[in-house]
Design a protein around this ligand. Structure first.
Ligand SMILES: *[C@@H]1O[C@H](CO)[C@@H](O)[C@H](O)[C@H]1NC(C)=O
Ligand SMILES: *[C@@H]1O[C@H](CO)[C@@H](O)[C@H](O)[C@H]1NC(C)=O
Ligand SMILES: *[C@@H]1O[C@H](CO)[C@@H](O)[C@H](O)[C@H]1NC(C)=O
Ligand SMILES: *[C@@H]1O[C@H](CO)[C@@H](O)[C@H](O)[C@H]1NC(C)=O
Ligand SMILES: *[C@@H]1O[C@H](CO)[C@@H](O)[C@H](O)[C@H]1NC(C)=O
Ligand SMILES: *[C@@H]1O[C@H](CO)[C@@H](O)[C@H](O)[C@H]1NC(C)=O
Ligand SMILES: *[C@@H]1O[C@H](CO)[C@@H](O)[C@H](O)[C@H]1NC(C)=O
Length: 210
């Protein structure tokens, strides 16, 4: 009897030993966003976009994230409405929807209910937006939980719809009702080789304004 009971444990140990012998260094990643979303047919378009833009790879290389997702119909309509928008950059839209902190529904509900909570997104890490425009605000209000821009004028607020799935402390996938429009890229900064020229210009401006 004891022998039979111990058998599964021995098999598990054997399996673990084999597995660790085969994977030399890094531990297996806690999640794969592509695989996670594949379980939800409503997010197929988003899942394809995440892969084709390389944002999925970026997500998989990190830990402790919240990905805000919208259903196929919502994201398809958003893309269509931006068809003629020359500033439209789907990578930036996706990066704006990845928060660098894992929020389960309980976490969202325990956020400050008076003031917004600002959270960094992957877009902020690209350094292409002005100041902290790549952050998002979370509003935890009695009427619902809202996600919106920290700078007014680019996007409306989106409303929390559902907590889709999560891998605790690693990644949380939260559905919102609409796509958030990221702020435009910051004006191009002059290359370092132009610094002297800028300083000259600065002196000239100071002189002429003095
Ligand atoms: C995640 O899953 C996708 C689809 O199975 C695969 O192509 C990709 O290589 C996986 N990424 C990682 C980091 O394992
Ligand atoms: C999501 O998909 C299910 C079936 O897979 C469907 O019943 C449901 O209405 C869909 N929800 C949305 C918001 O599209
Ligand atoms: C985009 O431009 C095409 C051609 O001018 C036009 O047919 C179409 O309706 C426009 N789409 C949008 C969403 O404005
Ligand atoms: C979109 O923005 C990213 C920076 O976030 C940039 O690397 C990429 O080239 C842009 N794509 C297009 C089509 O402009
Ligand atoms: C909300 O922000 C204001 C202004 O910064 C501050 O005085 C107040 O204490 C904050 N309230 C809470 C509950 O955090
Ligand atoms: C988002 O909602 C908050 C709280 O109601 C509000 O203060 C803020 O102005 C809204 N933002 C936008 C862009 O509508
Ligand atoms: C959604 O949040 C509720 C309340 O915290 C929790 O019981 C449930 O397990 C969560 N579901 C997912 C998929 O995270």
């Amino acid at each position: 009897m004891g022998y039979v009971k111990a058998l599964p444990a021995i098999l598990v140990l054997l399996f673990l030993a084999t597995a660790s012998a085969q994977s030399p260094v890094s531990p297996p990643p806690a999640f794969n966003i592509t695989t996670l979303l594949a379980g939800f047919p409503n997010f197929t378009v988003l899942n394809q976009l995440l892969s084709s833009t390389g944002v999925a790879e970026e997500i998989n290389s990190r830990d402790s994230l919240t990905v805000l997702v919208t259903t196929d119909d919502v994201i398809t309509a958003y893309q269509a409405s931006n068809a003629n928008n020359t500033n439209f950059n789907v990578s930036n839209v996706l990066l704006y929807h990845v928060l660098l902190q894992a929020f389960g529904l309980d976490d969202l509900k325990s956020l400050n209910a008076v003031n917004a909570t600002s959270v960094t997104t992957l877009l902020q890490t690209t350094g292409t937006v002005a100041g902290n425009d790549g952050e998002l605000n979370i509003y935890n209000q009695p009427s619902g939980i809202f996600f919106g821009p920290t700078v007014q004028g680019y996007s409306t607020n989106a409303t929390f719809v559902d907590n889709i799935t999560r891998v605790d402390y690693h990644i949380s996938i939260i559905q919102i009702d609409q796509v958030l429009t990221p702020p435009p890229p910051a004006p191009i900064v002059l290359a370092p080789s132009n610094t002297r020229f800028e300083m000259e210009l600065d002196k000239t401006q100071k002189r002429s304004s003095a």
